[in-house]
Design a protein around this ligand. Structure first.
Ligand code: XIL
Length: 372
């Protein structure tokens, strides 16, 4: 019996030491490096923040945000359905908190997003009269951009106005207001928030056809004498298929228009998917074959993910004179929207920090790009 007790005791001690040293490793890895410090001279490093994070209810997430990021985008709470749920009702509570959080922690806030066909409140979708729709459009931009004019660093003024072939998406904005709505949105935003940087944001706008449409759209804004400061490439890509050549070509072409270029919603997903892009309305039925790694990512995929992130950051560094910001769409894998889109309830691994907030191999490869 005493022998067994001793054995148990020894096991406990070994376990305690191992746990403790894992904890120390975690802390020291966390203490040692910081994305925002490592890339301080190159570009801003951002994250998307969800409601719990904005309300500082998630202590571990908060520590990672403060250590690694100097820019942040609200993942949902500045979208029209939340900030402007009814004709004359605005809900500024969480947006105010986000702005205060940024101020307190020296984190620049990117407002996301003023004009977008998705996550629109039902009342707006149902406005039939063109005059009333125009009033909604004008009031929304004036009120929201105006409220934060001295507090928000930048706005995604218009999100996702284009189809894959570069033509204008047949959204409620296009059908009510015609294809000048994008220029009009920038005109209103520039007047309401003269000191805020103004961007056009989209997914797949690094792809040649959509890029050509994006360039034409931006040219139209510029030719109208309306201010646009930059273009956001969302950057929702897939492991092993990151379109490096198209990304590089896009950085060069957008910058040649006098625009700042930024990667606004970066994640690299690892699960099977039958289409490219990030249309939030596109859904696929759940099926176990589509969720192959519920208990952990195989090493080979982990390495491929790390290599893709490394190559991407090498490219970003090569063009750091043109790139102002790289924002990840979430703090860690557990938060990622890709666990529920386009298939609900999957286990995805698209970011640099795992579900326990530990830096992944991709994190170290990204940091390592500065030492080469
Ligand atoms: C996503 C959010 O991450 C989800 O929480 C929400 O359910 C849907 O929208 N492109 C965008 C982002 O511009 O606003 C989307 O965010 C992801 C795709």
């Amino acid at each position: 019996m005493p022998y067994n007790n001793n054995k148990t005791l020894v096991r406990c001690i070994v376990l305690a030491i191992a746990t403790c040293s894992m904890g120390t490793q975690w802390v020291s890895a966390q203490k040692k490096t910081s994305l925002k410090k490592v890339f301080a001279k190159d570009f801003g490093i951002g994250t998307a923040m969800n409601t719990a994070q904005i309300e500082e209810r998630d202590a571990k997430a908060n520590a990672v945000i403060l250590q690694h990021f100097n820019m942040a985008t609200p993942e949902n709470i500045m979208k029209a359905e939340i900030i402007h749920p009814q004709w004359d009702v605005y809900n500024f509570d969480l947006a105010d908190k986000m702005v205060a959080y940024g101020k307190k922690n020296k984190i620049k806030i990117n407002g996301h997003t003023l004009i977008w066909h998705s996550q629109l409140p039902a009342f707006a979708r149902n406005i039939r009269s063109v005059d009333s729709f125009r009033t909604f459009f004008t009031n929304h931009i004036n009120t929201v951009a105006g409220r934060y004019k001295d507090q928000i660093f930048s706005w995604d003024v218009v999100n996702e106005a284009l189809n894959e072939d570069g033509t204008m998406r047949r959204s409620v904005f296009l059908s009510r207001l015609g294809d000048n709505f994008v220029t009009e949105a920038f005109r209103l935003a520039a007047a309401a928030a003269p000191k805020t940087e103004l961007y056009y944001n989209d997914y797949n706008n690094e792809q040649p056809a959509k890029r050509a449409g994006c360039i034409a759209l931006i040219k139209k804004i510029q030719d109208a004498g309306v201010r646009i400061d930059g273009v956001g490439i969302q950057g929702h890509w897939h492991v092993g298929k990151v379109p490096f050549k198209d990304i590089e070509e896009s950085i060069i072409q957008y910058a040649a228009m006098g625009l700042k270029v930024m990667f606004t919603e970066l994640d690299i997903e690892v699960l099977p998917r039958s289409f490219q892009g990030a249309d939030v309305n596109q859904r696929v039925a759940s099926n176990p074959a589509l969720n192959p790694y519920p208990n952990g990512l195989p090493d080979s995929v982990q390495q491929q993910l790390a290599n893709d992130y490394e190559a991407l950051f090498k490219l970003f560094l090569k063009h750091k004179d043109k790139i102002t910001r790289v924002t990840f769409w979430g703090v860690n894998d557990g938060q990622s929207w890709l666990n529920d889109w386009p298939v609900r309830g999957r286990t995805n691994y698209p970011l640099l920090f795992d579900r326990e907030f530990n830096p992944k191999p991709a994190y170290y490869k990204v940091i390592g790009t500065k030492n080469k």
